[in-house]
Design a protein around this ligand. Structure first.
Ligand code: NAD
Length: 297
């Protein structure tokens, strides 16, 4: 299949490389020359603009930083929805606001083009290994067309419902994760003050009602889960800045939809404090250092 790939950064680069490995003919574009060079080294063909890369493609994947970039690439002067060939399928895997995703869906529908929002979780490691989770919003038929392509880059492909629901699923999940991580950190900090050691709390809570993924798979203190970032000085993993980006998207969506998310708001404030201390590049589980009051940049 001829696939256009636009946005070849930390995530898009390895995702495009997996499409090449699967035998697709990948036409690549990024504003960064170095990113395009890396994609060419992985077997993609270089193009000079997004419109050019998408030109005669049967499917186009975009993996861009934020909503404004997606808006520009799809809806701008020389935007993909204006220049696309008939019948092309568009997959946006960037993490962006629900409103922009729904605007692009509406514009694609008006142009009679298939579009899905398909944000991912799994990080750079998952992108390289081809084990990402995709949360997809869009019509059933468009999902059906996108699935075999997404399966070359990921392991779990979920249809989350209509336009924008992929983005909705992603921010709801990450807001829950931030809240559960902060809760887990607070429990360990309180245990430290009370003289209860980490291993004992872990053993009890991981089989009791406090059990959650932040505790048993990504424990924020060193020891109980050897693979967690706490064991390597909170090297990411998933950076606190990325988590803050997703929390801000969740807060924006909550305000627009009239949903009360008081703990999501508190989590956003705590990660903002963490980032303002100059340590946003640390893993998000490092928030325990802020709660202990021993954060050092
Ligand atoms: P990145 O900054 O490494 O890559 C983005 C790329 O897009 C850059 O190479 C940039 O040059 C390019 N770009 C920007 N505007 C462009 C335009 N108009 N035309 C063409 N190229 C353009 O970011 P990333 O880490 O690859 O993340 C991409 C998306 O995936 C983000 O929305 C992010 O939130 C999401 N995400 C990232 C991770 C992660 O761990 N890095 C995990 C899950 C989701």
């Amino acid at each position: 299949m001829r696939i256009g790939f636009i946005g070849l950064g930390n995530m898009g680069g390895p995702m495009a490389a997996n499409l090449v490995k699967a035998g697709h003919d990948v036409a690549a574009f990024d504003m960064s020359k170095e990113a395009v060079e890396r994609a060419v080294a992985a077997g993609a063909r270089a193009h000079n603009s997004a419109a050019d890369a998408a030109g005669d493609a049967e499917a186009v994947v975009t993996m861009l930083p934020a909503g404004q970039h997606v808006r520009q690439v799809y809806l701008g002067d020389n935007g993909l929805l204006k220049t696309a060939g008939k019948g092309a399928l568009f997959i946006d895997s960037s993490t962006i606001d629900v409103a922009t995703a729904r605007d692009v869906h509406a514009a694609a529908k008006a142009a009679r083009l298939d579009f899905v929002d398909a944000p991912v979780s799994g990080g750079v490691g998952g992108a390289a290994a081809g084990t990402l989770t995709f949360m997809v919003g869009g019509e059933e038929a468009a999902f059906g067309r996108a699935k075999p392509i997404l399966e070359k880059m990921g392991k779990n492909i979920f249809h989350a419902g209509g336009a924008g629901n992929g983005q909705a699923a992603k921010i709801c999940n990450n807001m829950l994760l931030a809240i559960s991580m902060i809760g887990t950190c607070e429990a360990f900090v309180l245990a430290e003050k009370l003289g209860l050691d980490h291993e004992t709390l872990f053993k009890i809570s991981s089989t009791a009602s406090g059990q959650c993924w932040s505790l048993t798979s990504y424990c924020p203190v060193p020891g109980p889960v050897p693979a967690s970032p706490a064991n390597r000085n909170y090297e990411p993993g998933f950076t606190a800045s990325m988590m803050l980006k997703d929390l801000k998207l969740a807060q924006g969506a909550a305000q627009a939809a009239g949903a009360a998310t008081p703990l999501g708001a508190e989590a956003t404030a705590l990660y903002t404090l963490f980032e303002s201390a100059g340590v946003g590049a640390r893993d998000f589980s490092g928030i325990i250092q802020l709660l202990r009051g021993n954060l050092r940049a």
